[in-house]
Design a protein around this ligand. Structure first.
Ligand SMILES: CSC[C@@H](O)[C@@H](O)C(=O)COP(=O)(O)O
Ligand SMILES: [Zn+2]
Length: 202
């Protein structure tokens, strides 16, 4: 049961952490958290995500309409798509991390993560033997079109833990801001391992 102020503070802190790790350079990335009433706290567009203040978090309704007149993230539609599909999700994080971008240069269409103990950091996965398919979508400045692609993938596969946007970054989520941060950290670690492994093998 978290109110807007608490969630806004968590998103500000998440931005500091992700920037410290080098995963939201310049003004990249966006973060959101869903409140009990279905409204969403989300980063304002164009802010430096490592230097957010509570005033940089605004509230939108479930259709993405700003409730205070300010402009939410340009990629709001991608957050809404995840909240619509997964009622248990309470936070969505979007880093522009190096390993995700590098992975999208090396692997086409999807990246399969298997035999990683860190898979267990993700919600609902309880063994390293799980085979997690992370789809890689082509980058697109048309966010509604990109959101439709993600939605069609979910429709076909019924399950999704994260996705990469080629040359751009990735999206991950969880039942809380803390859980979404854990997912981001685990995924970035596994992406990094796969990229290095590719380098060693080639
Ligand atoms: C610094 S360019 C990055 C943007 O184009 C976009 O991909 C992004 O992640 C941040 O957009 P924003 O509108 O601030 O949420
Ligand atoms: Zn982005």
């Amino acid at each position: 049961m978290s109110g807007f102020d608490t969630l806004a503070a968590e998103l500000v802190e998440a931005g500091r952490e992700l920037y410290r790790r080098g995963w939201v350079p310049a003004t990249s990335g966006n973060f959101s958290a869903r409140l009990d009433d279905g409204t969403i706290a989300i980063t304002a567009s164009g802010r430096h995500k490592g230097r957010l203040t509570a005033g940089d978090i605004l509230r939108i309704d479930a259709e993405g309409r700003s409730l205070d007149g300010r402009r939410p993230s340009a990629e709001t539609g991608l957050h809404l798509g995840i909240y619509r599909r997964f009622p248990e999700v309470r936070a969505v994080l979007h880093p522009h991390s190096p390993a995700a971008v590098l992975a999208s240069r090396l692997f086409k269409g999807e990246l399969v993560l298997a035999d990683h103990e860190l898979l267990k950091a993700l919600d609902g996965i309880d063994t390293h033997a799980h085979r997690l398919v992370v789809p890689i979508f082509a980058n697109d400045q048309d966010i509604p079109r990109l959101a439709r692609q993600v939605d069609q993938w979910i429709e076909r596969h019924r399950r999704l833990h994260a996705y990469i946007i080629a040359g751009h970054g990735f999206y991950a989520w969880g039942r809380s801001v803390a859980a979404a941060l854990t997912a981001v950290e685990a995924l970035e670690f596994m992406f990094d391992c796969e990229v290095r492994l590719y380098g060693v093998r080639s």
